[in-house]
Design a protein around this ligand. Structure first.
Ligand code: SF4
Length: 370
């Protein structure tokens, strides 16, 4: 049974240079047809939704839907769930879309958490990323949010960008804290194939940061945010205590979740699958079967639970893994003992956790799970 429902809205105002999510720029008529298909897919999966306690509308840019369409979709989602179970409903938004009216609407429809894609406040970095907003738009959005008495807000940032300096990052960190969100995500850039930035790098037009500077930036994030009241609970995620993302914790705990929409992924009963990543195929599949594709992916659920669990500061919960899989990770992955000797992980009777050094070398530690 799924614990979490992810609803993918693929529409964007413009395409960012680093983005490899399923997304598109589309006219209004496409959006209406898409929301109709989403509703059909959610209805078809209703039997799997009885235990859902978190919902996440992500993208793409969910806030790019018209208020009428968004209102219709949120009403429909609520009608298909046991809303008394719901602990969190998040919607992602572009700063330009966050108006007082938008916040009042989502609040009235039961949304409890807003995640705004900020990425940076530095004009040259926003330009590099292809973002369409400016620093002032984020400040205006946060004012609208607080004017509407809505406080459970996450701001997403990216750092370790080409040409970024420590001074840029420190300015972003100070600004982020001053905006008073209850949650902050600071992700270091991952250069994904098939993105504009990747192409520019391949063509030799874009130098990447060296690893030492990237490691210093990681330490800078961890030096600034905890004293400002944001405790780190996952490699890239920080929150005021009690405002951690319940939905994302389902992913990191490798709980079952259902994803609906173009290109959305799911994990159900140790089976992974994804929907068609193109709009025409997605719409055709929903019309024909009620589902958006359900294309099977290879999956080793025990390995996934270990890799995802290690991302949390609390680490891999050994008792939970034993109850669910009957497997001891130290027997399956003996290289974890080498990581312990190298000071990368701490192992005790209850958990396996990354050390500060292991957090920086997470990619290396993950190679132990092979
Ligand atoms: S990063 Fe977000 S807003 Fe930018 S293209 Fe990707 S999904 Fe759209």
């Amino acid at each position: 049974m799924a614990k979490a429902l992810y609803v993918h809205i693929p529409f964007c105002e413009a395409i960012c240079t680093y983005c490899d999510f399923p997304k598109m720029v589309a006219p209004a008529a496409f959006k209406t047809a898409y929301v109709d298909a989403l509703k059909a897919e959610i209805a078809a999966t209703r039997d799997d939704l009885a235990e859902v306690d978190t919902v996440y509308l992500g993208g793409g840019t969910p806030s790019s839907l018209s208020h009428d369409l968004l209102s219709d979709l949120l009403d429909f989602i609520a009608s298909q769930l046991n809303v008394t179970r719901l602990r969190e409903m998040t919607i992602e938004a572009n700063p330009n879309d966050v108006t007082y009216e938008f916040v009042r609407l989502i609040k009235a429809k039961g949304v409890t958490r807003l995640s705004i894609g900020v990425q940076s406040g530095q004009p040259h970095l926003l330009k590099l990323l292809g973002r369409t907003h400016a620093k002032e738009d984020v400040e205006r959005a946060m004012k609208a949010v607080h004017d509407a008495h809505f406080y459970n807000v996450n701001l997403d940032f990216i750092y370790a960008l080409p040409t970024e300096t420590i001074a840029d990052l420190e300015a972003d960190l100070a600004w982020a804290v001053a905006l008073k969100p209850l949650h902050l995500s600071f992700y270091s850039l991952i250069l994904e194939p098939k993105t504009i930035l990747f192409h520019d790098w391949k063509e030799g037009r874009l130098p990447l940061l060296d690893e030492e500077l990237e490691a210093t930036m990681f330490e800078t994030v961890n030096r600034v945010l905890p004293p400002a009241g944001y405790h780190r609970y996952e490699v890239s995620n920080f929150a005021i205590v009690g405002f951690e993302s319940k939905h994302n914790l389902h992913y990191w705990d490798a709980h079952d979740y259902l994803g609906v929409g173009m290109g959305a992924h799911s994990l159900l009963g140790n089976t992974r699958f994804h929907n068609h990543p193109t709009l025409s195929k997605y719409l055709a599949a929903v019309k024909k079967t009620g589902f958006g594709g359900r294309l099977a992916d290879p999956c080793d659920p025990f390995r996934e639970a270990c890799v995802m669990g290690l991302r949390k500061v609390s680490g891999i919960d050994l008792a939970d893994l034993w109850v669910r899989f009957g497997i001891d990770p130290l027997l399956r992955y003996p290289r974890l003992r080498d990581n312990e000797r190298d000071g990368l992980v701490t192992i005790d009777h209850a958990s396996i956790r990354l050390t500060e050094k292991g957090l920086i070398l997470l990619n290396y530690v993950e190679r132990s799970f092979t």
